[in-house]
Design a protein around this ligand. Structure first.
Ligand code: ADP
Ligand code: ADP
Ligand code: ZN
Length: 210
């Protein structure tokens, strides 16, 4: 089984691209952020442990994340690999991952810090299907209605505010960005310019997966 990692700063477009490529690769999207938000909403032990870190824009401890991933990879749909979105985010997470699955490609979506705040502050998602939109850069085709469902209710994340974004970016630079070099040394890092329109980025990612 071979998995793909979508890597990049918060707001780089990992979820957006994952939603577009998952049909093409047949690999299910595994987003630790989505899994943690579901755990917080359900009030599970994991959710209770994770909440304060997420609210303040800090990384959730590696042990909590690794357990989530180990359990997720045991599910039937993960047997041919998955597409990780937002995981791994630290070297210990990557080391743990390397013991349980093989990663064929790490796609690094590069976006300058100066673009991150506007991306994150305009983000919203469909309440029913989770599709990601942006108020300015990527609104639904008909105003107020999801492109994929009949529903017209949307969510904005509590941590998508300017203050939390700054600490998420700091966490990215301190703890996550060293992973790019780690994966580069293994020869599987593919850098993609993420500061372009969504479709061009999707095309480039699909090319580097070939
Ligand atoms: P991540 O999963 O990396 O945090 P998202 O995919 O949620 O990022 O994207 C963050 C926000 O930026 C969303 O509102 C999304 O619609 C928007 N976005 C994604 N890709 C682009 C792009 N290439 N250009 C402009 N906005 C984008
Ligand atoms: P984004 O890509 O927009 O920053 P995510 O949805 O991936 O957002 O993550 C939201 C929050 O969940 C992070 O700020 C962090 O607190 C936590 N989180 C998600 N994935 C991880 C991970 N792999 N390791 C540690 N914390 C994580
Ligand atoms: Zn929808």
């Amino acid at each position: 089984m071979e998995s793909i990692v979508l890597f990049g700063p918060p707001g780089a477009g990992k979820g957006t691209q994952a939603q577009r490529i998952t049909e093409k690769t047949g690999l299910p999207q595994v987003s630790t952020g989505d899994m943690l938000r579901a755990a917080v909403a359900a009030g599970t032990q994991t959710g209770l442990e994770a909440k304060e870190y997420m609210d303040s824009g800090k990384l959730v401890p590696d042990g909590v994340i690794i357990k989530l991933i180990v359990d997720r990879l045991m599910e039937a749909d993960a047997k041919n690999g998955v597409m990780f979105d937002g995981f791994p985010r630290t070297i210990p997470q990557a080391e743990a991952l390397s013991k349980i699955t093989s990663v064929s490609h790490v796609i690094s979506i590069e976006v300058p810090d100066a673009k991150i705040v506007e991306r994150i502050c305009g983000r919203f998602t469909c309440k029913a299907c989770g599709f990601v939109y942006h108020e300015v850069f990527n609104p639904p085709r008909s105003v107020g209605k999801c492109d994929h469902c009949d529903i017209s209710e949307f969510n904005k994340r509590a941590d998508d505010n300017e203050e939390t974004v700054m600490s998420r970016l700091a966490a990215y630079h301190e703890q996550t960005s060293p992973l790019a070099e780690w994966y580069m040394s293994k020869g599987i890092l593919h850098a993609i310019d993420g500061d372009r329109d969504i479709d061009s980025i999707t095309q480039d990612i699909l090319k580097s997966l070939n």
